[in-house]
Each structure stands twice: as structure tokens, then as C-alpha cells.
Design a protein around this ligand. Structure first.
Ligand code: ACO
Length: 321
């Protein structure tokens, strides 16, 4: 087969909602500051009993239902996460078991933080095109709120938990047109969770550290650049984009990216107000939102682009339907 194609999407957000007003009860912040700087109004937070794989499970079941496939039809699972259930095994292996899949097919995680879903999609796409798999479950799932210092107003207001999934199937008709991935490890100091488990203890901080201004400038530049690279690779222009589906970091980053690409606001999928930044889950959640709202029509061109700590970033162009 020449292509992989999206045939189903699913999403899941934990029940507990924390609004900006809720945060302002324990933190020196307020709804107006958070909304005007980020566009975020609320975030979902996983319950203590929920692991990342539990969020991924519900999103995956919904994606399978929308694709009309059974779990056992899946012969590849790629989970993008930076908040795995445990150090090992991979969250993808846990998910495979929770889905009841026992067909011996491959399941593994990719870790590229907020850009993880683009890396997962690119990996699954190339594995399908090369004949290694026919039906892949590509998942972005995160419990980012567990990496937050809830007394640090500069970071804790930005993130939320959730999972999104899509089913990618081998196809003769175009789906994923191309993906373009990049990393720049020397920028790792501007955004990280430096902690590690060592000798039975947590060594270094287990919380998100961020230089917000540096992240902002880097993000806007590379989101637009990688989208332009993908367009040029396919002989397309930004006017050909029907829907821009950017990583949902915050509305100012998304607005600036859309402006750089000359994509009008009405062609940008935005879920950040209700979900905040769900890291690797944000693009599949946005795709699921767009699909269920009936935004995407068969043959339309979707530009997906994401950036995250590493730094790592990339873009994929997808023909819908
Ligand atoms: N509530 C109230 N005041 C706050 C808050 C808050 N939650 N957070 C910071 N402030 C204060 C600061 O302490 C500072 O006060 P001071 O002037 O007295 O020192 C003031 O607001 C301005 O702070 P800045 O950091 O300059 O605010 P800025 O306008 O740059 O906005 C923000 C900060 C929203 C973090 C911005 O830099 C940004 O969007 N960065 C990108 C970060 C991002 O999206 N990260 C997500 C992870 S990476 C990714 O997904 C790509």
C-alpha cells in the first residue's frame, strides 16, 4: 500500500474539571490573567486511580468504535507520552493488554513530549507504508498535571490531562502525505522535568521547569517553519490548508503561528480553552473534536504541527477521509 489513512478517532478527558477560578483560590493568579495570556479557561485532571493507560484505553476504544474495527484487528500500537504509567514496561504494552489484544503485534512508546504525537504518527505511517502493519492505533496520552508544582503559577495553570487516539489503516488513496521531524537537544534547558529515579529516590526536581518567553519564541518559529517545509515538500501552499491543527499549547502561540502561515482563524482547530495543554494528547484530541463536530470533509487538507521540550518539533500533512 502507498499510504496510511485515518479511519477513526477517539478522545477522553477525565471527569474532574479545575477552572481558573478554582486555581485562584490557592494561588496568586486570576481568570483574567490566565485567559488573556493563554486562552485557557479550565483543565481536566485525572483521578488518583487513573493511570495514563486508563485514559488511553477509553480514547482507543472510542477510536476503534468510530473506525468499525475490533481491538484484535490492531497490529501496531504507538503511544506518545511523557507521563508513562511507570518506568517500564511501555504504556503501549499496558494499553495492549487492557484492550485485550493478544496477537503478538508490536506496541511501544515514543517520547517527544508535546510534539510526541507527530513523531508517533510519522512512525506508524512509515511502518504501514513499508508493510510492517495494516491497522495501527496511534495514541497521545498524558497525565501532565502530575508533573506540576501547584504552587508555581508560571507553569501549573498551563497543563491538563487527557488522551486522544486514531486508527491508521493501509490504503491506496492518500491519507498522511508526509511528516517532517526535527530536534535540537541543546535547547533542553528551557523546558524540562529534570528528576530521575536513582537508588530508590527521586534525584533532582520532579516538577516542570519552563522559561516561558524562550519557549514562546521558539515555538512560534518552528511550528510555522515545519508546516511550510511540509507544504513545500508536497508542492502545496498555505492557501491549500483547509484546517490547521496545531499543538494546543496556548492560544497566543496558535494565533501567531496561524498568522505567520496566513491561515485565517476560522480554519484553526482550537480546544485549548476547555482542555489546556495536554502535551502529546492535544493533537489527537483536537482531531477527534474536529471530526465529531463535522468540520473535516473528505479530501480536505489538514496541517498538523507540534513542538515540545527537547526541543522537538514537526509537521504532518493529512488528506482527510
Ligand atoms: N497568574 C498571574 N500572574 C502570573 C502568572 C499567573 N498564572 N504567571 C506568571 N505571572 C506573572 C509573572 O510572575 C510576572 O510578574 P512580574 O512582572 O511581577 O515578575 C508577570 O506575570 C509577567 O510574566 P511573564 O512570564 O512575562 O508573562 P508572559 O506575558 O510572558 O506570559 C506565559 C507567560 C503565558 C507562560 C508565556 O510566556 C507563554 O505562553 N509561554 C509559552 C509557554 C507554553 O505554552 N508552554 C507550554 C509547554 S511548551 C509547549 O507546549 C510548546
Amino acid at each position: 500500500m502507498k499510504y496510511s489513512r485515518i479511519i477513526g478517532t477517539g478522545g477522553y478527558l477525565p471527569e474532574k474539571v479545575v477552572t481558573n477560578d478554582d486555581l485562584s483560590k490557592t494561588l496568586d493568579t486570576n481568570d483574567e490573567w490566565i485567559r488573556t495570556r493563554t486562552g485557557i479557561r479550565q483543565r481536566h485532571v485525572a483521578s488518583p486511580e487513573q493511570d495514563t493507560s486508563d485514559l488511553a484505553l477509553i480514547a482507543s476504544q472510542r477510536a476503534l468504535a468510530s473506525a468499525g474495527l475490533a481491538a484484535d484487528d490492531i497490529d501496531l500500537i504507538v503511544v506518545a507520552t511523557t507521563t508513562p504509567d511507570m518506568v517500564f514496561p511501555s504504556t503501549a504494552c499496558v494499553l495492549q493488554d487492557k484492550l485485550g489484544i493478544n496477537n503478538g503485534s508490536a506496541a511501544f512508546d515514543v517520547q517527544a513530549v508535546c510534539s510526541g504525537f507527530i513523531f508517533a504518527l510519522a512512525t506508524a505511517d512509515r511502518m504501514i507504508v513499508s508493510g510492517m502493519a495494516k491497522n495501527a492505533l496511534v495514541v497521545g496520552a498524558e497525565t501532565m498535571t502530575r508533573t506540576l508544582d501547584w504552587t508555581d503559577r508560571g507553569t501549573c495553570v498551563l497543563f491538563g490531562d487527557g488522551a486522544g487516539a486514531l486508527v491508521l489503516q493501509a490504503s491506496e488513496t492518500p491519507g498522511v502525505l508526509s511528516s517532517h521531524l526535527h530536534s535540537e537537544g541543546r535547547q533542553r534547558h528551557i523546558l524540562n522535568v529534570p528528576g530521575q529515579i536513582r537508588d530508590g529516590k527521586i534525584y533532582r526536581s520532579p516538577f516542570v521547569y519552563m522559561d516561558g518567553g524562550a519557549v514562546f519564541r521558539f515555538a512560534v518559529r518552528v511550528l510555522a517553519e515545519s508546516t511550510e517545509e511540509a507544504l513545500a515538500h508536497n508542492g502545496l501552499q498555505s492557501a491549500d490548508i483547509d484546517w490547521l491543527v496545531p499543538h494546543q499549547a496556548n492560544s497566543r502561540i496558535m494565533d501567531a503561528t496561524a498568522k505567520k502561515l496566513s491561515v485565517p482563524p476560522e480554519k484553526v482547530i482550537s480546544t485549548v480553552a476547555g482542555q489546556a495543554n495536554t502535551s502529546a494528547a492535544s493533537i489527537p484530541l483536537a482531531l477527534d473534536y474536529g471530526a465529531r463536530q463535522g468540520c473535516f470533509k473528505p479530501g480536505q487538507l489538514l496541517a498538523l504541527t507540534a513542538v515540545g521540550s527537547g526541543f522537538a518539533w514537526g509537521a504532518s500533512l493529512v488528506r482527510w477521509g
